[in-house]
Design a protein around this ligand. Structure first.
Ligand SMILES: Nc1ncnc2c1ncn2[C@@H]1O[C@H](COP(=O)(O)OP(=O)(O)OP(=O)(O)O)[C@@H](O)[C@H]1O
Ligand SMILES: [Mg+2]
Length: 458
């Protein structure tokens, strides 16, 4: 963690020196200013996390400095130092946004403690702002296909109600994104959105994750722990991969949904909460019910508003939009120049079967921004997975001119051979029993790139 950056503003040299010495002993970077003017000057060029500010200063006094500093949008926490009899002023300072005040004569212990608290608050708030920013950026549902238009409409309708929503969809289609959007557009938007991935947590621990536990209630419960239901109080709890909960846990979750109360593991008291539950799964729950793996009564409780997120290959119109969105997103994030897709690359992406859906597309665009040296991404840069046999009909086209079919087959054939040999042309040519030069020509004619064009890709 970076050292705290602190500014001490006081007109008495003795106090400045004492404060500087003890704060430096605590491991902070300390600078000082003798007047309000010079403090404001310093603040223009540097960000301080905490400012210790004497109230009584010649010319511009502490309160004015405080006012200007806040008005200028500085996020520094301000600790006001007040002389005897100026406590009233100090209280006023707190109303103007100061973090706290310390009275003279200074208790050095209190100074150290209050500075540490102010610094902690400052850093938490900065982090919070950052997270909020990230959340805003991330919650964009890109797509103009009919399927996405319908999805947006369903989100708009479901969000403002308290109705429980069940989101279905394959891996990486955007189920979590949909859950966040529903929360964002609900009247709980300012309250927490808490997520629990039921598949990622061992069955023995799920109950303690959901309901919390009391210290000592089982081996390893060394502290009291708040459960997700309590953390989400007033807001939304997103139960991801809900099909992976054990039957015992399902029974307890059902009870919370019926009664809005639960008991922490090892606790006697019931806790009442107000939580909207949104669940998601990539399993077929009715099938699971048939096999005895999911409670039917819980299913009906959760499945009030079912929402389907369609797989990417069923909305090919969105692929180009999503690619453009994420190329731009990652170019900005990494501070790299923008890139575009060549026509062949765009077509290959359109034909691809996207087993990992939008997550796969997003990861691919991130890699391309980082790894492709040129401004235009070629088809050879993509290195798309080949579908397992039986799925190939989804990427192969069985209609159209035979010339395109032959080319398509040849492209796929050569691509797989290249992949087997890690892109090594000599070895691939040897296997295919043609000359290297000839392989190059074939590759060019079916729109595959030479390895040297991949640059350092992969
Ligand atoms: N329509 C979309 N527009 C923009 N980004 C999207 C879209 N759909 C999904 N994403 C992004 O793709 C990634 C995967 O989405 P998300 O985590 O919501 O999928 P999921 O269905 O919950 O996946 P899993 O089943 O694997 O948990 C996220 O980074 C998400 O922001
Ligand atoms: Mg998910």
């Amino acid at each position: 963690m970076a050292r705290g950056r602190i500014l001490v503003v006081d007109d008495e040299e003795g106090i400045r020196n004492t404060l500087q010495r003890i704060l430096e002993d605590e491991g902070y970077d300390v600078e000082e200013a003798e007047t309000g003017e010079s403090a404001l000057g310093l603040l223009e060029s540097r960000d301080y996390e905490v400012v210790l500010l004497d109230v009584w200063l010649p010319n511009i006094d502490g309160l004015q400095v405080l006012q200007r500093l806040k008005a200028a949008g500085h996020t520094s926490e301000v600790l006001v130092i007040s002389g005897h009899g100026t406590v009233e002023t100090a209280v006023k300072a707190c109303k103007l946004g100061a973090f706290d005040f310390i009275e003279k004569p200074l208790s050095l212990e209190r100074v150290v403690l209050t500075v540490a608290n102010a610094l902690r608050k400052h850093r938490l708030e900065e982090r919070n702002l950052l997270l909020q920013d990230q959340m805003k950026q991330e919650v964009t549902l890109v797509g103009e296909s009919k399927a996405i238009a319908l999805l947006k409409e369903q989100i708009r309708r479901a969000a403002p109600t308290a109705g429980r929503v069940m989101i279905y969809g394959e891996n990486g289609t955007g189920k979590e994104l949909v859950a966040r959007l529903i929360h964002r557009f609900s009247d709980r938007a300012e309250e927490p959105f808490v997520e629990l991935n039921c598949a990622a947590i061992p069955t023995e621990l799920i109950e303690s994750e959901l309901f919390g536990h009391r210290k000592g209630s089982f081996t390893g419960a060394i502290e009291h722990k708040k459960g997700k239901f309590l953390l989400a109080d007033g807001g939304t709890l997103f139960l991801d991969e809900v099909g992976d909960m054990s039957l015992a846990t399902q029974a307890k979750v059902l009870r919370v949904l019926q009664e809005q109360t639960f008991e922490p593991v090892g606790g006697a008291e019931s806790i009442r909460v107000d939580v909207r539950v949104i669940a998601a799964t990539n399993k077929n729950l009715p099938d699971l019910i048939g096999e005895g793996g999911f409670r039917e009564d819980l299913y009906y409780r959760l499945n009030v508003i079912p929402i389907q997120v369609p797989p990417l290959r069923e909305r090919a119109e969105d692929i180009a939009l999503l690619c453009a969105y994420y190329l731009d997103f990652f170019a900005r994030q990494y501070g790299r120049p923008a890139k575009t897709l060549s026509r062949e690359a765009r077509q290959a992406l359109q034909r691809y079967y996207w087993p990992g859906n939008v997550r796969e597309l997003r990861n691919l665009m991130e890699r391309l921004i980082i790894m492709v040296p040129g401004a235009e991404i070629q088809e050879g840069n993509l290195l798309l997975q080949t579908p397992p046999s039986g799925r190939s009909q989804e990427t192969m086209r069985w209609t159209g001119p035979i010339r395109e079919a032959r080319e398509g087959f040849e492209r796929e054939f050569i691509r797989r051979a290249l992949q087997r040999h890690g892109g090594n042309i000599s070895k691939t040519a040897e296997e295919l029993q043609i000359e290297r030069r000839h392989l190059y020509r074939r590759m060019a004619s079916v729109g595959l790139q030479k390895e040297s064009d991949h640059g350092h890709d992969q």
